[in-house]
Design a protein around this ligand. Structure first.
Ligand SMILES: C[S@@+](CC[C@H](N)C(=O)[O-])C[C@H]1O[C@@H](n2cnc3c(N)ncnc32)[C@H](O)[C@@H]1O
Ligand code: SF4
Length: 295
């Protein structure tokens, strides 16, 4: 079993083994986010995998060179057996994280259970630096305050916290404030999503191509100053911006640097995080997403 916090080796052959497996345990969720790609609904889908099927799935995942496993949804806490499933995976030696929705399901008892089974990381969404922006986007009053409250409790129990933020026209003007909140909340990773127009996500809510470039450059500059890791989702071109910036900086300091070096040398790309997230490109074909047929 890998030690908690240790770096995942890069010897992994991405043609065969995924780096990370994200399992949508359920489509059910009590929030009503404007952008929800899962078009989440209140009730659980009867086609969800049963507990026994879930265990069989975990066995198969483990066989793929034991990738990281994330329980997502919908809201994984809408399943009463979520911690039993997590326990099964963790006892096998799999590193398990979870991305619950901020609803009354996130009780202190649920967080204590997560601690007890050995969850490696808890991720919460925060889509604005204020309750007004976040709650409007999430379609539910009180979601911001609950998230902040529960993050405090996660810290008390020493469960590492990740924050997920979707960049859209609703928060593009508030990114500096957003980064400050992420810093104050002492998260280990800021996972920055870029709105994809699918499910309830609307093209009109996306930021423009020029704004994407500006946000990438801003993110890169931020990544050099902050203690938390930054990762992007639905923004493969962030990688190109990081490499271009590195090449520019190295050229000024030491003369020429080749694209491939900027891509692969640790310390040059700035893209290696505390978990050894791949400096190699990982595209969707190397990911295995397990989900219901709606995605
Ligand atoms: C599907 S959610 C699951 C976890 C939980 N329900 C939540 O929203 O935090 C995982 C992440 O995907 C993001 N997401 C959902 N719909 C999206 C979309 N259309 N485009 C980009 N990201 C999206 C969510 O905001 C969240 O950060
Ligand atoms: S919390 Fe997540 S699953 Fe629930 S509606 Fe929002 S984006 Fe969808």
């Amino acid at each position: 079993m890998r030690e908690e916090g240790s770096i995942m080796p890069f010897s992994r052959d991405f043609q065969k083994d995924p780096f990370i497996v994200i399992w949508e345990l359920t489509r059910a969720c009590q929030l009503k986010c404007l952008h929800c790609r899962a078009e989440a609904q209140y009730r659980r889908d009867p086609r969800e995998l049963s507990f026994e099927e879930g265990k069989a799935l975990i066995d198969q995942i483990y066989e793929m060179n034991n990738p990281m496993l994330v329980f997502t949804g919908g809201d994984p806490l809408m399943r009463g057996d979520v911690f039993d499933i997590a326990k099964y995976a963790i006892e096998k030696g799999i590193r398990v994280s979870m991305t619950p929705s901020a609803t009354p399901n996130v009780t202190k008892a649920a967080i204590e259970k997560a601690k007890e089974v050995g969850l490696s990381r808890w991720a919460f969404s925060l889509d604005g630096p204020t309750a007004e922006i976040h709650d409007y986007f999430r379609g539910t009053a009180g979601s911001f305050d609950l998230t902040i409250e529960r993050i405090k409790y996660l810290h008390e129990l020493e469960i590492p916290v990740q924050i997920n933020t979707v960049i859209s026209r609703y928060n593009i003007e508030y990114l500096d404030e957003m980064a400050k909140v992420v810093e104050e909340l002492k998260c280990v990773l800021w996972s920055v999503f870029f709105l994809v127009p699918t499910g309830r996500g609307q093209t009109s809510d996306m930021i423009s191509p020029v704004e994407h470039e500006k946000v990438f450059k801003w993110l890169y500059d931020l990544s050099k100053k902050v203690f938390f890791d930054i990762k992007t989702t639905a923004a493969q071109h962030y990688r190109r911006v990081v490499i271009q910036q590195k090449m520019r900086e190295e050229k000024t300091r030491n003369g020429d640097i080749q694209y491939l070096d900027a891509l692969t040398q640790q310390g040059l790309t700035g893209s290696i995080d505390g978990l050894g997230r791949a400096p190699k490109g990982v595209n969707e074909r190397k990911w295995l997403c397990i989900h219901l047929p709606h995605w």
